[in-house]
Design a protein around this ligand. Structure first.
Ligand code: ADP
Ligand code: MG
Length: 695
């Protein structure tokens, strides 16, 4: 017990380490830098850098790196040694304030979506003091933002920090109206991470898992998840050993790994940390994904973070739990106990309702990837339609406000905001609907659409900015109000009336919801290209520009990168499939059918038997292989045709329509063939081998 407390954050240069290691006034400067965004003087930065270096070297570090998050969605690093020539043939260990604060990076191979050609070729990294430096292996990691020389964001962290500032600015205006001066609002995030653990030997034997992180072929096994015997089941010893080591690694990095359990699909698991501020949460989730893969490897397993590694069982998501709190720890999405607190809660709630309705498309876009397209709307994850679940109690409250009706039935008085106390909303009753993309769960919202492999920066950038916009409008309306109570009441009521179409407590998996959502005018952006087609809509560009989160050029670069990455992912998958089918599947099955003929010939010659199995199996399989071969050619042509499109959106659309369809047809044909082929002949481990191999 004690040991864990000592090991926790032992590799992090956090506030307590800083307090121990920095002179008092330097520490105070650092606090102001972290809490108020005040720039550090170079002389102060030098002192911090030196203390950081001494601490890192004591922990065995030899190098430092500016750690950043390019638009690939993963992290990037380049290590530099602390060594510097001492002048007498030896070395001394050095690390300056300048090196801490800013780094130059050529980084020309990172996707820039045209930004770099428009502006500057080189980029630079800038220290983010709000996320603490840490040690991994023998390297001191310094979290940084990555920008072009013109200041354009080339990464995920810069817009995230900008969006946090935007919501902070607007929430502060609203809080001031409620008499809370000098509080700093901050967004909090806790992300539940789902993943699969597969034996390394099985993965090594499959090109699709090795190259794409998911199976492109694979006949349905006799048993999947239908018995619900894996969900919350006893954790197998090998998995338990993995989880234990992972927790230890995460705890040393100050990551609050808290909950672990088996998930619905065989070989699927989940890890949930305790929430923290959005920025740190995003960094921690990146580290969690990285360490899951590393630790799994040490245990002879592979951690699959793909959204849909296996057909026929659930894929993996990442629930993004989001709220907004004050620096003093008051959760603004907690209803509170007094009428005044309730009024403030209802206003923040309405800000989220309006934001989700107005920017449904952006929320959908923030989770749009080729991998996640397999999940959303597949009756295992929320549909692609964005809607919001509030639970019965809260919905009744909003309805009472909307209709200026009595609530609760007791005193039969009209529900008056700021006068009546709301009932408590127990978590249990607000958490029942698992089919909703965006659910209120007592004192936070849970966005359930993000994919397991994606950075959670994107959904949080959208959420922060969209809610900042609602709060801006609310603050504008309230600041000049003559009668605050009445204006507040009207504002909340008007918002409910205008945006109630986004509220849906029913079953999101039900086919009738699609029709109902259409009737309500909600968007149903089924696939990534269909969603991305809306990224540059005028209202979206205006939103991000107004709040200083993305310039129009930065947003356009994201649009290009996201579409290109969609195309690239599917092209790699399609080509892997063609490779597997042409070079493994077809030759293996052809050899098998030839063997059947030889067997039949020998059996007929020797025993004069009819050989019904051999003959009909050979006929059936030959028919299938011809079909597989033909679809394989069609798939090749579809790739060719799609690549010929000049416009990126058109190319992505062709991939979605033609390539993905041909891949599905090829898979169906191969899977049918696998079911007819002996185990020893089929060139790949089966789904049974893959999903049930870890003990
Ligand atoms: P469930 O499986 O029911 O969705 P979990 O307990 O596994 O719930 O996960 C809930 C997640 O929500 C945790 O990561 C938790 O830290 C996080 N969370 C709780 N309160 C807040 C909050 N105020 N802001 C952000 N995240 C929160
Ligand atoms: Mg959850």
């Amino acid at each position: 017990m004690n040991d864990i407390a000592n090991r926790f954050a032992s590799k992090v240069f956090n506030l307590s380490t800083m307090r121990q290691r920095l002179p008092k006034d330097t520490y105070r400067e650092m606090l102001r830098c972290i809490n108020e965004g005040k720039r550090l003087d170079l002389s102060v930065a030098n002192i911090v850098a030196n203390a950081m270096k001494d601490w890192a070297i004591e922990q065995g570090a030899t190098h430092f790196t500016h750690w950043f998050q390019p638009m690939t969605g993963i992290t990037a690093e380049k290590h530099d040694g602390f060594i510097s020539p001492s002048g007498d043939g030896g070395v001394i260990m050095e690390f300056s304030g300048k090196e801490l604060v800013r780094g130059e990076s050529d980084a020309s191979s990172f996707p820039s979506g045209g930004l770099r050609s428009t502006f500057e070729a080189r980029g630079y990294t800038a220290w983010d003091p709000t996320s603490f430096a840490f040690i991994k292996d023998t390297v001191l990691y310094i979290p940084t933002a990555f920008c072009s020389y013109g200041g354009e964001a080339l990464d995920m962290k810069t817009p995230l920090l900008r969006s946090m500032e935007a919501i902070e600015r607007q929430a502060r205006r609203v809080l001031t109206l409620f008499g809370h001066e000098n509080v700093t609002p901050v967004t909090t995030v806790g992300s539940e991470q789902e993943y699969f653990l597969i034996d390394q030997s099985v993965v090594n034997a499959r090109e699709d898992l090795l190259l794409c992180g998911r199976t492109l072929l694979g006949a349905k096994p006799p048993k999947g998840q239908e018995l619900d015997d894996h969900y919350y089941g006893v954790i197998k010893p090998r998995v338990q050993a993995f989880m234990q080591e992972l927790n230890d690694e995460l705890w040393q990095l100050g990551i609050l790994a808290k909950t672990e359990h088996n998930e619905a699909a065989p070989a699927q698991h989940e890890l949930a940390p305790i929430f923290t501020t959005a920025n740190i949460s995003v960094d921690h989730n990146q580290l969690t994904m990285e360490l899951m893969q590393k630790v799994a490897h040490r245990h002879g397993m592979v951690c699959l973070l793909h959204e849909k590694p296996f057909e026929g069982v659930n894929g993996s998501g990442k629930h993004n739990n989001w709220s907004i709190a004050t620096s003093t720890g008051v959760n603004l999405l907690d209803p509170g106990t007094t009428p005044f607190e309730n009024a403030q809660f209802l206003l923040f709630l309405c800000a989220v309702i309006q934001a989700v309705d107005d920017y449904q498309d952006l929320l959908r876009i923030s989770v749009a990837t080729a991998g996640n397209d397999h999940r959303l709307g597949g009756n295992e994850a929320p549909p692609a339609i964005i809607s919001m679940f509030l639970g019965d109690e809260l919905t009744e409250v909003l309805e009472a406000i909307e209709h200026e009706a009595a609530y609760g039935g007791r005193d039969k008085e009209q529900m008056k905001i700021g006068v009546h106390v709301l009932p408590r909303f127990p978590k249990d009753s607000t958490d029942r609907n698992r089919t909703s993309p965006f659910a209120f769960t007592g004192n936070k919202f849970e966005f359930r659409s993000p994919g397991s492999s994606q950075s959670i920066a994107k959904p949080n950038i959208v959420l922060n900015t969209a809610v900042a916009e609602s709060l801006r409008q609310f603050a504008d309306a309230l600041e000049g109000a003559e009668d605050f109570q009445q204006t507040l009441h009207d504002l909340i009521r008007d918002t409910i009336v205008a945006h109630k179409r986004i509220l849906f407590n029913g079953n999101g998996y039900d086919a009738s919801w699609v029709t109902e959502a259409e009737r309500r005018g909600l968007m149903n952006l089924r696939t990534t290209p269909e969603a991305l087609a809306h990224l540059l809509d005028a209202k979206n560009v205006a939103l991000f520009e107004r709040h200083g989160v993305f310039s129009a050029a930065e947003l356009r670069s994201r649009y290009e990168i996201l579409l290109e990455s969609y195309v690239k992912v599917i092209r790699i998958e399609a080509q892997t499939m063609i490779d597997m089918v042409r070079r493994d599947v077809l030759p293996a099955v052809s050899t098998f059918s030839a063997q059947l003929c030889r067997n039949a010939e020998a059996k007929a010659a020797v025993a004069g038997v009819a050989c019904g199995y051999e003959k009909s199996c050979c006929r059936e399989i030959s028919c299938m292989t011809d079909q597989i071969y033909a679809i394989c050619c069609t798939l090749g042509e579809a790739i060719h045709h799609a690549d010929a499109a000049e416009d990126t959106l058109e190319r992505a659309m062709r991939y979605k329509d033609d390539v993905v369809r041909a891949m599905q047809a090829l898979r169906d044909a191969c899977d049918a063939c696998e079911a007819m082929t002996p185990k020893g002949v089929w060139p790949y481990p089966s789904y049974t081998d893959i999903l049930f191999s870890v003990k």
